[in-house]
Write a protein that binds this ligand. Structure first.
Ligand code: HAM
Length: 425
């Protein structure tokens, strides 16, 4: 019996991998332009890091975490997200003193035991960034500029940034209670999950996908209408800075996010064509988190993109993977040695070269060249070996160039010959 991968865990094959690399390098370039430095974080953390930050009553911690007991009895978890680890590292590394304003970015696999579907996996990759030590609206606006710039550079189709304010410790508790009260009055219309959430996490009632809950919550009170004065002023200033910067955002008063650490600004980036899993990224402000994890009172804001979803959403815009420049077609075992040596020299200069099997017929080798889309086939047959020179078939110009260069010519000289052919047509 064949062994398959675990449900929700997937392999990334070269074509997709190449597109992911472009996404990662493009984002990294923009993150660095915004002054973010890379932080590398462990995949395993103590489980209480996530219950104290993401929230003990969040779906992520309650139902989706891969947590297990280590051999020494410690309970550890595969990280479901990166923010908690960044904050832990920030405190543990003494950054509140050495780098009071820290701009950190990270990427790598995250693990959540969700129900797999298109765009939703149990292992997925995030690109994230956290800006610690800034509580002013300028930091929120700058973060959203960064989010917009990354999506634009990657070519996310139908990109739309949705924004909300989740209030803070001054205004949220009363709102939370009002929302729970509203839900309790409609208890019989709610799904079992929402009934259970009512006391522990009533905000989640607003983003339940069940039709009954949606109808019941249609006229529910909204946080954005009940912000305290400082939260309202902060939000207004974020919006006006974004307008001045030319970043379009759309108010979504029902957005609550699935992680408990947020306060004030929360946002999501959705893309078109992804079906139900259309959030390519999300983030927000988390001013109490550093303190909650044992550090000083330091504000923070950040976001994370899902690389799998960015890849799905930008496939149309992605450049096709470049074909190799040269295919070497040796004919017969003796030619194989010359072909291998020649390919190695060319590859050492960075040229992408494929070598065909010397045991295949020239016709089959040419079919492969067509399939790959290469322009130059270097044919090394009996005659070529005898003369010590290669014949080049230019598939674009449909022209043969017998004895174009010597088999032991310098790799750069060979490339120069090919470049000249490219320039002619
Ligand atoms: P999140 O919204 O849970 O936020 O995840 C961010 C992004 O990761 C999502 O928008 C989605 O693209 C991707 N993602 C999440 N779960 C899956 C999954 N099962 N399969 C594929 N992609 C997925 C956070 O994780 C926060 N740490 C973001 C943040 C940073 N907030 C402040 N700083």
């Amino acid at each position: 019996m064949t062994i398959t991968s675990i449900k929700g865990f997937r392999d990334v094959l070269p074509e997709e991998s190449a597109r992911r690399h472009v996404i990662l390098s493009t984002s990294r370039r923009i993150l660095e332009a915004y002054g973010f430095g890379e932080i590398e974080l462990p995949l395993l953390e103590k489980v209480e890091l996530f219950s104290r930050s993401v929230g003990a009553s969040s779906d992520i911690v309650e139902k989706e975490m891969y947590a297990f007991e280590d051999r020494d009895g410690a309970v550890i978890a595969l990280r479901p997200e990166g923010t908690a680890s960044v904050v832990r590292a920030y405190i543990e590394g003494g950054l509140p003193r050495s780098m009071p304003v820290a701009r950190l970015h990270y990427s790598g696999p995250m693990f959540r035991r969700e129900r797999p579907q298109k765009g939703r996996y149990r292992q997925f990759t995030q690109i994230g960034a956290e800006l610690l030590g800034r509580d002013d609206p300028g930091a929120d606006a700058e973060t959203l500029c960064l989010v917009a710039d990354i999506c634009t550079a990657i070519g996310v189709a139908g990109m739309r940034i949705e924004i909300n304010s989740l209030g803070d410790a001054a205004c949220r508790p009363a709102y939370r209670e009002a929302l729970a009260e509203y839900g309790r009055e409609r208890l019989d219309q709610l799904c079992e999950d929402c009934k259970a959430r009512l006391d522990r996490n009533p905000l989640r009632l607003l983003d339940c996908k069940q039709a009954g809950c949606r109808a019941a919550m249609a006229d529910a009170p909204m946080m954005i209408d009940r912000l305290c004065e400082p939260c309202r002023a902060h939000h207004d200033q974020v919006l006006s800075l974004l307008a001045a910067a030319g970043v379009e955002v759309h108010a979504n008063p029902r957005m609550v996010r699935g992680l408990d650490y947020y306060c004030r600004t929360a946002f999501e980036v959705v893309a078109s064509g992804l079906g139900s899993q259309d959030a390519v990224g999300g983030g927000g402000r988390y001013d109490g988190l550093v303190k909650a994890l044992g550090g000083p009172e330091v504000a923070g804001i950040g976001f994370a993109f899902g690389v799998e979803r960015l890849e799905l959403a930008s496939r149309e815009a992605a450049e096709p993977v470049a074909a190799p420049r040269i295919l070497i077609a040796p004919i017969g075992d003796e030619a194989a040695a010359a072909a291998l040596a020649l390919a190695r020299r060319l590859r050492q200069t960075g040229t992408r070269v494929e070598v065909e099997s010397a045991r295949r017929r020239l016709k089959a080798q040419m079919q492969r060249a067509d399939k790959l889309g290469v322009r130059f086939v270097v044919i090394v047959g009996e005659n070529e070996l005898a003369q010590g020179r290669a014949m080049v078939r230019d598939l674009h110009a449909k022209q043969d160039h017998p004895s174009l260069f010597a088999l032991d010519d310098d790799a750069l000289a060979i490339q120069a010959v090919l470049t000249r052919l490219e320039e002619v047509s």
